[in-house]
Design a protein around this ligand. Structure first.
Ligand SMILES: NC(=O)c1ccc[n+]([C@@H]2O[C@H](COP(=O)([O-])OP(=O)(O)OC[C@H]3O[C@@H](n4cnc5c(N)ncnc54)[C@H](O)[C@@H]3O)[C@@H](O)[C@H]2O)c1
Length: 294
């Protein structure tokens, strides 16, 4: 999709972090923006921020795990702007299902899969038909993660498994849209930027868990980012943060150049992907896997 100005973008998880940065950037490109989020408070402040920046924006409360809620988001977007050209399935949750894989509860799996896999599927099921009927250029960006999307961090299985699944979902979607010869394209985003570092977003916070995903036992949880920072300091390493605007820039470049795999060049992750590939074709165990403290 070469021209963004005047087009309509819908961003889930648009209240915070990466989604909010994308919304801001799309607005700067002259797009009309629909920010959608589960967290009403975050949503309000994000809409205010974009409105203050003279962006044509609406905020829509959504729970991506519920198809009818995603349908209501579509209806709100169409009612306000009449069409949708760019959908960013970006909502995500902090990984509270980390730890020993054999100690996880069903609710740990369901929460992660419902948000990261079904949430993306709902977005595509509801918006692709709209995009096809419009018969104009359109694009879908699904936010994955290097963790699972490229190779997993073993200590975070519910997150890694869900991100791997939605990456495969995105490949299937790309293939089907190609076969259907449409003007709709897909990207899968592995959030990263040109400044190497961690992305300081709300995902590291402990979020209140919806009642339907309650655990039967509590486990002590800490803000994941604090653990990583502490660990780095112990090892005498400096902690750097990647500006979220760099991730949003990457999305704009990816959408306007129809790039499927969206992540900045990184020797370290390319090497891991290659090691993973070699372990598969050479039938060796996945000994390339490492477990950062989380
Ligand atoms: N921050 C990172 O280091 C990082 C790295 C790789 C991938 N990601 C991915 O980037 C995406 C954005 O995350 P972020 O880092 O900006 O975190 P964030 O917490 O700041 O933003 C995620 C947003 O999704 C919303 N959300 C959660 N569940 C929802 C639901 N059921 N329905 C609708 N909205 C819901 C949250 O309210 C939140 O505003 C996620 O998919 C995440 O997995 C983040």
């Amino acid at each position: 999709m070469q021209k963004l100005a005047g087009k309509v973008a819908v961003v889930t998880g648009g209240g915070g972090g990466i989604g909010r940065a994308m919304g801001r950037r799309f607005g700067q490109e002259g797009m009309k923006v629909v920010l959608a989020d589960y967290d009403a408070h975050l949503l309000d402040s994000a809409v205010q921020e974009l409105t203050d920046g003279s962006v044509e924006v609406i905020g829509v409360p959504v729970d991506v795990t519920k198809r009818d809620s995603v349908e209501a988001m579509r209806d709100a977007a169409l009612e306000r702007f009449g069409e949708v050209h760019l959908l960013c399935n970006n909502a995500g949750i902090a990984n509270q299902g980390s730890g020993q894989i054999w100690e996880l509860e069903d609710s740990d799996w369901r929460w992660s899969l419902d948000v990261h896999l079904l949430g993306v599927a709902h977005g595509c099921e509801v918006f692709v038909p709209v995009m096809l009927a419009q018969d104009q250029e359109a694009h879908i960006v699904n936010t994955s993660s290097g963790n699972g999307g490229l190779y997993p961090i073993p200590r975070t299985p519910t997150y890694a498994v869900a991100k791997a699944a939605m990456t495969t979902y995105s490949e299937c979607l790309w293939g089907q849209l190609r076969d259907a010869r449409t003007m709709s394209w897909v990207s899968v985003l592995f959030p990263s930027g040109y400044t190497p570092g961690l992305l300081n977003t709300g995902i590291w916070n402990q979020r209140e868990r919806p009642a339907e995903y309650a655990r039967t036992s509590d486990r002590p949880l800490r803000r994941g980012l604090d653990i990583l920072v502490e660990q780095a300091q112990k090892e005498g390493r400096e902690v750097q943060f990647t500006p979220l605007d760099e991730v949003a820039d990457q999305v704009v470049v990816g959408v306007t150049t129809d790039q499927f795999w969206l992540y900045v060049p990184s020797e370290a992750s390319d090497q891991k992907v290659e090691e993973r590939y070699r372990s598969i074709v050479e039938r060796r165990p996945p000994s390339y896997l490492t477990s950062p403290v989380l």
